[in-house]
Ligand binder design. Structure first.
Ligand SMILES: Cc1cc2nc3c(=O)[nH]c(=O)nc-3n(C[C@H](O)[C@H](O)[C@H](O)COP(=O)(O)OP(=O)(O)OC[C@H]3O[C@@H](n4cnc5c(N)ncnc54)[C@H](O)[C@@H]3O)c2cc1C
Length: 317
């Protein structure tokens, strides 16, 4: 069986859930071989990746990788495409992941498909576009397919294998080291799950009416152990921090459950949440376009509906 190269996403050495999803998805195509860039890959890390089917974990930990963002990673991926000749390369559809994937595709003259929600055994990729109204099936026809996959699209399922670690060293060009990391600030992590990885996302829009209105959204989120999201109207108004914006110019989420409160459903918002498995809408306007995406909808004032929902969920826990 051929190898499938999976680029691991990790944060402060913690494996991100998307990495396990990518390894799970890779199993349909061949033997998952994980590439770990930077430090923090412990015996436990290798064992966890093996538990999801990784056969090998290639670790590229050097000053060049640690001190220069993105470009060295792309050179390493491109070099492994040459030496490993994988049948495909899977990368997370995150900002960094997509940048590494795009640069590696140019360097190795391979085709790239972004934002996959499904990958078939023959490398046919499914994408959901135009607010979820169109499903596209496509395949790379040039070189090794480089595919970025949306978080939460492929459920991570274990399939234990005794993965082995191999440290690799790749010469990084001077060009890839032009941008240098000068300082690192660890973002304070709240108690809520990370937005792009959360199983449940509760979002608020302009209908929330102001920063204080987000307290009802946060209460509902906490009753469901969910992440909080926001429309651009809410973040631009300064009601909620920009890092929580969902949409074309914000984060892309694909949770099991997305609850949109006081959000009209502009195409740019849908672009970031259209692949959510179940969509619940609370909006006082029955004509709001977001209802087109809704599996369940409540026409009503969110300040009446949302607290009742939180109370009922808390009661049933
Ligand atoms: C290039 C570009 C990129 C963009 N990127 C993004 C993006 O990434 N993400 C994004 O979200 N937008 C983005 N936008 C903006 C987008 O076009 C919309 O303007 C924005 O999504 C609207 O946000 P909203 O739904 O919260 O507000 P509105 O469209 O004003 O809708 C508010 C909704 O709340 C309802 N409502 C009001 N009060 C209540 C209440 N008390 N109870 C219940 N419902 C209530 C109303 O009926 C209405 O449907 C982008 C726009 C452009 C041009």
């Amino acid at each position: 069986m051929s190898d499938v190269l999976v680029l691991a996403e990790h944060h402060n050495s913690e494996i991100k859930k998307i990495t396990l999803e990518l390894v799970t998805g890779a199993r349909a195509l061949g033997n998952p071989v994980v590439l770990w860039l930077g430090g923090g890959c412990t015996e436990d890390t290798v064992a966890t990746l093996g538990n999801y089917g990784a056969t090998k974990v290639l670790v590229a930990d050097s000053d060049a990788v640690n001190n220069h963002p993105v470009a060295p990673g792309a050179e390493i991926v491109a070099s492994l495409i040459d030496s490993l000749t994988p049948v495909a390369v899977l990368v997370a559809s995150t900002a960094d992941g997509k940048e590494v994937a795009a640069r590696a595709a140019i360097k190795s003259n391979c085709g790239i498909i972004t934002d996959a929600v499904e990958i078939a055994a023959d490398s046919t990729v499914t994408q959901s576009v135009f607010g979820g109204s169109t499903v596209v099936h496509s395949r790379v026809t040039k070189g090794t397919p480089i595919i970025t996959v949306r978080p939460n699209a492929i459920p991570a399922t274990p399939q234990p294998f005794a993965a082995v670690r191999e440290d690799i060293s790749v010469d990084i060009s001077a060009g890839a080291q032009r941008v240098t990391v000068k300082d690192r600030t660890v973002v304070a992590k709240g108690a809520r799950p990370e937005l792009t990885e959360a199983e449940v996302v509760v979002s608020g829009g302009r209908g929330v009416g102001g920063p204080e209105g987000f307290s009802v959204i946060e209460s509902l989120a906490d009753s469901l152990n969910a992440a909080v999201g926001a429309s651009r109207a809410a973040t631009d108004a300064g009601w909620y921090p920009h890092q929580f914006q969902v949409g074309q110019t914000g984060k892309t989420v694909s949770p099991q459950l997305y609850i949109a409160n006081g959000i009209s459903g502009a195409i740019q918002h849908r672009a970031g949440m259209q692949t959510s498995k179940v969509v619940v809408v609370v909006n006082k306007d029955p004509e709001a376009p977001i209802f087109e995406l809704a599996d369940y909808g409540v026409v009503g004032d969110l300040f009446t509906v949302v607290p009742q929902l939180s109370e009922e969920i808390t009661k049933r826990k």
